[in-house]
Design a protein around this ligand. Sequence first.
Ligand SMILES: Cc1cc2nc3c(=O)[nH]c(=O)nc-3n(C[C@H](O)[C@H](O)[C@H](O)COP(=O)(O)O)c2cc1C
Ligand code: SF4
Length: 485
Amino acid sequence: MLRTILTANFIAETAQKREERMENDIIFEPLRFRNLTVKNRIFRSSISGRWDNYDGSGTQARINWEEKFARGGVGAIISSFVPVAIRGRIMPNYATINCDERIPFWRKVGEKVHEYDCKFILQLSHSGRQQDIGGIENLGKKALSSTSKTEPFHGFLCQAMTLTEIKETIQYFADGARRAREAGLDGVELHSANGYLFNQFLSSGINDRQDEYGGSLENRARFLLDVIKAIRKEVGNDFHLQFKISAVDYNNAVTFWEKPGNTIKDSIQVCKWAEEAGADGVHVSTGSLFPHPLNPIGDFNFDIISKTYDAMLSSGVETTRNYILFRKAFLHPIFNLLWNRVKKQLPSQAFSGDDVKDPKIKQLLIENQGRNLLDSKEIKKHVNIPVLCTGGLQQASYIRQAINEHYCDGVTMARTLIANNDLVKSFQAGKDLAEKPCTYCNKCLLNVIENPLGCYEQDRFNSYEEMMEEVMSVFHANQFANSSK
Ligand SMILES: Cc1cc2nc3c(=O)[nH]c(=O)nc-3n(C[C@H](O)[C@H](O)[C@H](O)COP(=O)(O)O)c2cc1C
Ligand code: SF4
């Protein structure tokens, strides 16, 4: 009897302590945007995987995938890259938002994550020239971009959009936002970072237009601002709209003969204009290429890329060069030299989280966690809308300090949540770091061209079979059981 009472007291006390801890913990304070309140400060960042049908319709696997993160406690999920036009997809098998027929699918996704009091923000996107696998519908068609200059890393061919094509694309984004709203989703994010179409307009390293969409920063920002204004006209002022920006382009990080592109000063100005035009939040990233040595930061695993890069061979005119670089071990030092060059120029980290015992993990965190925070802080000083920051974040004490010291208002996490879907719940339970943290090995990323998205770092699992079971788990639960509802 006494033992039962003591146990009950202990449980009550632990629950009370947890509540007290959460009450004083900025991570679990709601984040208020103009039109949206998110229950905590942790967002699942966008992560694309080939879950869906070739025609852009969605699947149950995608719903199961998003549900994992909602169940794990994140306040909001930012969807994967969702193309507003078929010509703007990075590769096939991504669910799109290019027609009204897609609305019921996205409604289902939203309803599923809402069951966990988690918000869902759709990332409205267009690849521009950064099209990894064009798909048969784009065979013989060059990708549309701000420029006709071939993309330098893979050699994707493209043509500069005409003014008519620009106007059409602006309307595609406005229609996408309207559909997201009709689907009952909580907002949209414009994917204006990481080398995709918006970034191709914004960047002084890429945009070489002579018309009102090129030249000065004001002209280069016009496409993004026109889209923000068009969305506001289409959906009104009370639907959440945020945008993602590469704070610094580092456009010549790998292909050193390119121009460097936008600086943090340029991006601060773009953020101020975007706020004036009606944006409710900004999401800070880096690099005018994807992937980029700084995004997602970490390893470049030749074992994986040499197996999967063949999927891209027919996509660009430089892919054979890369394929040889990736497959021939004696050439790896050359690629590593280029890929790691820019990391050496970074300033050291502003702070570190609580001490971590494992020396390997400690070192990984020092090198990779929070690499965009200094830029995020600069942007935050100049805007009045909430600022989200992405990049390697996975330690509660570090995230807490970043928010408390005004580097950002919230953080977004991608790989670090793929590795540990329930990280937010474990923060809630008082843990500072997952038992088996994400190692920034990027095996998930380099697999994604060909294989289902998931954590492929076998050292984090007890066996290969256990790892594959986890990767494939989204294909098993509730396979379209209620698809007719
Ligand atoms: C496999 C994979 C797919 C990604 N897809 C997208 C995407 O569709 N849109 C986007 O804005 N960022 C994308 N990212 C970048 C992430 O959203 C995130 O900003 C980046 O990985 C840094 O966060 P992390 O260190 O927590 O992974 C992707 C990252 C990975 C690893
Ligand atoms: S494969 Fe796993 S451990 Fe490696 S970066 Fe991706 S999520 Fe992290």
